[in-house]
Design a protein around this ligand. Structure first.
Ligand SMILES: [Fe+2]
Ligand SMILES: [Fe+2]
Length: 196
């Protein structure tokens, strides 16, 4: 029997077999059905491969953002996040091993397009505040893109009963969120230098 919803059926199951999970009240969810989640699993694995491609592209491109940043706080924030990004690549590799799957390499045109725009903006702006502002804009676009994917992959991992994988994806997600907040703080400091 498919155990895809096992994480929702654990300790919270009541005596009548109904669980108290928040999803239980959602319309369209029927406890008597054993849905075939193989298509969701395929989608999940495909997007994991795409995320692996994105993180690798960022490992290559991120040092350029660091190189052209002027503000020491921005440089530090970007440098810290590059270290996180190395870990994200390693974690995604480990996730594929845990799932017993080869990595399906995918193109990541969205991130490559954002990075191409970044090169353009950086090369056309003078060193200093405006170039830093452009770098923050690019970095935040990328972080939000990563957050949207990790957030969704986390939810899919939970639905598929892959708790350990979900936990690892959540660690990456938290790194992205923290960096996004740090970039916001750096950005705010440009408007009011007394804020940091
Ligand atoms: Fe990342
Ligand atoms: Fe990131």
């Amino acid at each position: 029997m498919d155990n895809s919803f096992s994480y929702m059926r654990n300790s919270k199951d009541g005596e009548n077999g109904h669980h108290n999970n928040e999803f239980n009240d959602e319309p369209g969810w029927d406890d008597n059905e054993s849905p075939d989640l193989s298509e969701l699993r395929n989608l999940f694995e495909t997007e994991l491969g795409a995320m692996y491609c994105i993180e690798n592209a960022l490992v290559e491109a991120w040092p350029n953002l660091i190189k052209y940043a002027t503000s020491p706080t921005l440089t530090e924030t970007l440098t810290d996040h590059l270290q996180c990004t190395y870990k994200h690549v390693a974690k995604l590799f480990e996730i594929h091993s845990l799932l017993g799957k080869d990595i399906k390499q995918r193109e990541c045109e969205t991130v490559k397009s954002i990075l191409r725009q970044a090169e353009d903006v950086i090369s056309h702006s003078r060193k200093g505040l405006v170039r830093d502002a452009a770098i923050i804009l690019v970095a935040k676009k990328i972080e939000h893109y990563e957050i949207s994917i990790y957030d969704t992959l986390y939810a899919y991992a939970m639905i598929l009963g892959e708790k350990k994988v979900a936990c690892m994806l959540n660690q990456n997600l938290e790194d992205e969120k923290r960096t996004d907040l740090n970039l916001t703080a750096v950005s705010a400091s440009f408007i009011n230098p007394n804020t940091i």
